[in-house]
Design a protein around this ligand. Structure first.
Ligand code: PLP
Length: 402
């Protein structure tokens, strides 16, 4: 009899967004006249930049001509895109080799797939609250033990709350794989250079690996905030980094990302760069040529100008939410260097209760913090990715019911 990977059976189910969808659908069915404003899901609303569109049109034309047609591309990405990514890092003082950059179809896939190159008995640490992909993908691999009373038995939860300034403390038990995400989803907070240096030194000292997700680095506004873990001395011997065009350039539906694995990153005598190269060449056939042409256009001067305008649009939304909720008396975090605003619920109300109140009384859809981990309880997340009109309307409505 075929056996399945029964780690899948331990998963609690995609509780968060399924539950939100269920509650929203039930409310809408009972109140069809109500017009809901949705600031829950982290998807973008602005179109791709004209320069990106033009590059993709040109690539489509090339695909229609035998002289310029492209079949399978390089597994790790076209050189024109890799060199553009290298130059972008170099502009921030980070020198990378061509072989250290792996282009893919998404940071979600890379965050999930990276587990292939790590042993199943590694101890994993995540910030709490957390982007759920890090947790679920490790649970599927069998690293987390059983799920009991809302927690994985063999997972190090590092609480990040207002009380500790959203800074994960070094854990008592030394983890082997440490996931850090800055600017953070869901809290919208950032890591200082000093905090990252502390983690880099810790990982180097203990032989751990930091899996650093900087999918939201383009939203950083404060000059002292690091954009990449590789800006920190010593990071190349203990960290790899995920990046994405999804939020930087509106590629959520177009799909393109990259992961940096330094050649100096060696564990158990093996190069993690070589392992990831082997994994990708075996299981991945490269991101589409047309999409990579679009992604490369993001790095042109005109592309940069256009994406910055769009990011500025979302940053303005973030300010509207941040200031509006502050004025309404809520304690709010994030939003300055990130497209997410993390708000404390009033009077110690539970996340789901506050979610329901905002849904029913303000007709605004948010995301309850408890869905991102135990320490998310007592918070909700709002995203700045809506339209300016929807954002202003949502803040007006929320303010009116508080
Ligand atoms: N990492 C974080 C922290 C995210 O929030 C997201 C998307 O929401 C991703 C990665 C996934 O990005 P991509 O669209 O490139 O798969």
């Amino acid at each position: 009899m075929t056996r399945i990977n029964d780690n899948f059976l331990k998963l609690p189910g995609n509780y968060l967004f399924a539950e939100i969808a269920k509650r929203v659908a039930a409310y809408s069915a009972a109140n069809p006249e109500k017009n809901l404003v949705k600031l829950g899901i982290g998807d973008v609303t602005r179109p791709l930049a004209p320069t990106v569109i033009a590059a993709m049109h040109e690539a489509v034309t090339e695909m229609g001509d035998a002289a310029t047609f492209k079949g399978y591309g390089p597994d790790y990405g076209y050189d024109f895109l890799i060199q553009a990514i290298r130059a972008d890092y170099a502009a921030k003082g980070v020198e990378l080799k061509t072989e250290e950059i792996f282009v893919s179809d998404g940071a979600k896939s890379d965050c999930g797939n990276i587990g292939d190159i790590f042993g199943v008995d590694n101890l994993v640490a995540v910030c709490d609250p957390v982007y759920p992909v890090y947790v679920d993908s490790n649970a599927m691999a069998g690293r987390l033990g059983a799920y009991k009373d809302g927690k994985w038995e063999r997972l190090v939860y590092m609480p990040c709350t207002a009380e500790n300034g959203f800074e994960p403390a070094l854990p008592d038990e030394v983890p082997d794989m440490i996931y850090l995400c800055y600017p953070n989803n869901p809290t919208g907070t950032v890591a200082s250079r000093a905090l990252l240096k502390k983690w880099v030194d810790y990982a180097n000292e203990h032989g751990s690996v930091i899996l650093y997700d900087s999918a939201y680095e383009a939203f950083i506004t404060e000059p002292e905030v690091p954009h990449s873990i590789f800006e920190i001395e010593g990071a190349k011997t203990c960290a790899l980094e995920f990046r994405s065009f999804s939020k930087t350039a509106g590629f959520t539906g177009t799909r393109c990302a990259y992961t940096v694995v330094p050649q100096e990153l060696v564990r158990g005598g093996a190069s993690l760069n070589a392992l990831w190269a082997r994994r990708q060449s075996t299981k991945f056939n490269g991101a589409p040529y047309i999409v990579q042409r679009g992604a490369a256009a993001v790095f042109t001067p005109q592309g940069q100008k256009e994406i910055k305008e769009t990011i500025g649009y979302y940053q303005k939304n973030a300010q509207v939410i941040l200031k509006g909720l502050q004025k309404a008396g809520l304690a709010v975090y994030g939003g300055v260097n990130a497209p997410y605003i993390w708000a404390k619920t009033p009077d110690g109300m539970g996340s789901w209760d506050f979610f329901d109140l905002l849904l029913k009384q303000a007709n605004v859809v948010t995301t309850p913090g408890a869905g991102f981990g135990p320490s998310g309880e007592g918070y909700i997340r709002l995203t700045a990715f809506g339209t300016a009109e929807a954002t202003e309307e949502a803040v007006r409505r929320v303010t009116a019911v508080l």
